[in-house]
Design a protein around this ligand. Sequence first.
Ligand code: FSA
Length: 431
Amino acid sequence: MLDKDAPILIIGAGTFGLSTAYHFARAGHSNITVLEKSGAVPPADSAGNDLNKIVRAEYEDPFYAELALEAMAAWKTDPLFSPHYHETGYLLANSAAAPDKAKKTLRKSLASIQQHPAFRGKISPIVTREDITKVAPVFDGPMQWKGYFNRFAGYAHAADALTAVYSACCALGVAFRTGDAVASLTYATNPAGEARRCTGAVTAAGKRYTAALTVLALGAALATVLPEVGRQVAANAWAVAHIQLTPEEAQRLRGIPVTYARDLGFFFEPDRRTNLLKLCPSGAGYTNFVSSSSDGKKSVSVPPDFNDFITPADEEKVRKLLRETLPGLAERPLVNKHLCWCADTADSEYIVDFVPGTGGRSLIVASGDSGHAFKMLPVAGRWVVELAKAGAQEKGRWRWKAGQDAGGDVSWRIGRPVDLGEVPLGVRSKL
Ligand code: FSA
């Protein structure tokens, strides 16, 4: 049992880290420190530090559908989250050229909510072009899409929501230490035969933090601090690009649903503050395998230093998406192009567990977002608090995944990830 005044150290101030700090503080813990290597919270390289993220509850697996519904209740009604949630609806479809896999995953998503009472009267099929223009009258492209429109979904202004949780944490007394990276975790020397206990961390600047419980919430960068995570988590990135709209153009697109053609990509209502239209191509994304030991074998995928680019193939995909929906914007310049790094697992299950071989229930990993965790911001930290209390992860699916190999085929994605090593240097470096 963790005393209320026992020191808790959370490493990483992104989606999992902030939510964890918030829930521990809400549960009455009074000695919480969050370490963040970047100088700002939310940090620039956090996947959640984004203009917007999809908030939806349909999943291939009803287990996650229920968790997302719980999170959505908070997005809708909790004053901390509701200012950042926009229930514009969610148009999920496949273009005429979509592969069978895309159709299958869409059918599964729909099945997870179709009979659910929370969605009664909220879902309509998309079969014809008119079905789309009924819910998005400004779309004037050809769109031979099939899918459905879900009114009980939308998006969150992701960066603003993280900032709100950060402020709430500060108000609850959580200490944030930024601008200093963790160099290594520290361990107590235990008698032979006993698992070593994690005692906190030491930073690059040489500062020591001592904790009864350390939580690693490092997203895609987990392996840089905990190499023993191995291949169960692979940093996997997707491209993000924007079009700078004029205020008039943005006004015209006000209220459009989150629109996702599974085989092409997705976009959101333009940002209400900046008039930026965010676009993402879909696909299996990118890995960045590097060697984690001196043998030179590429064994772990971690985010690279330079991420402000997207590939020509991804650029073409988002232009194709626009040609289908808003052809007048299809040739516009793309701005703020970058890669957004997620922590993928082989089966898209999160990891919320104690690190095996570490004694005293002293080290937890909260990771494996697999590109579907931001919507859980209101509830994710509670899973960590519950784990700390329970002393063991009872949900098999969230356990440490020793021996699993992320970075391969994922049921709900189209294609296989491309390693950045195969992307020409001229595309992925600051020339
Ligand atoms: O949970 C969600 O609605 C996010 S899906 C968005 C996405 O880009 C995926 O399409 C992609 O496969 C990856 O997981 C990153 O997130």
